[in-house]
Design a protein around this ligand. Structure first.
Ligand code: SAM
Length: 185
């Protein structure tokens, strides 16, 4: 079976296309932004993080891989403010929740702002578009956030959205994936 990161990549490759408008809602060290850019070099990518460290790390990683910065916009702000920067429809995006690996574990995504961002992202999502959310429930804020995001997704109206959960059941508080596809406006 594919682990969480590999299945996330598979969802990205299966659902997104070159030339799409994509969002990395939690840029972190830039691995997801780079993955999106390498697989879809003509995609227009916007990436958010609240930490300058994340922006610097992402910029360095992208430079190391000769990324085309014409196609990528890095934004130092919360994904909950995404509508300030993105006003046209998006094809998809990824939330990789939690904290910046190897840095301050107290600075994490939080239920309240994640839900605001998810709601705004769903409004911008095109029909057929996909939002992928990787949820880490194994730390304190993560458990609260996981609960909130899970309930939000579970209650999305199935006339408009199809929601997938990919979850290894026999492990204690494992990370898991939620993916929301918009079927109808
Ligand atoms: N996608 C990243 C990668 O490929 O390296 C990993 C993301 S990391 C698990 C989570 C990131 O979310 C952290 O860098 C953290 O600073 C960021 N974050 C926390 N709250 C945020 C918010 N409100 N808006 C945007 N990013 C946020």
């Amino acid at each position: 079976m594919k682990n969480i990161l590999d299945f996330t990549k598979e969802l990205i490759v299966m659902h997104f296309h070159d030339g799409d408008t994509l969002v990395d809602f939690t840029m972190g060290n830039g691995h997801d932004t780079l993955f999106l850019h390498q697989h879809f070099p003509n995609a227009k990518i916007t990436a958010f993080d609240i930490q300058e460290q994340a922006l610097n790390n992402t910029k360095a990683l992208l430079q190391e891989h000769n990324a085309d910065f014409e196609k990528i916009t890095l934004i130092l702000d919360s994904h909950s403010n995404l509508d300030t920067y993105i006003t046209t429809p998006i094809d998809g995006g990824i939330f990789n929740l939690g904290y910046l690996p190897s840095y301050n574990k107290q600075i994490t995504t939080l239920a309240e702002t994640t839900l605001v961002a998810l709601k705004k992202a769903l409004q911008l999502l095109k029909i057929g578009g996909l939002l992928i959310i990787v949820v880490y429930q194994g730390h304190k804020n993560g458990a609260i956030e996981s609960n909130a995001v899970y309930q939000f997704c579970k209650n999305l109206d199935n006339r408009y959205y199809t929601v997938l959960q990919y979850h290894f059941m026999n492990k204690k508080a494992p990370p898991y994936i939620l993916a929301i596809q918009k079927d109808k406006q």
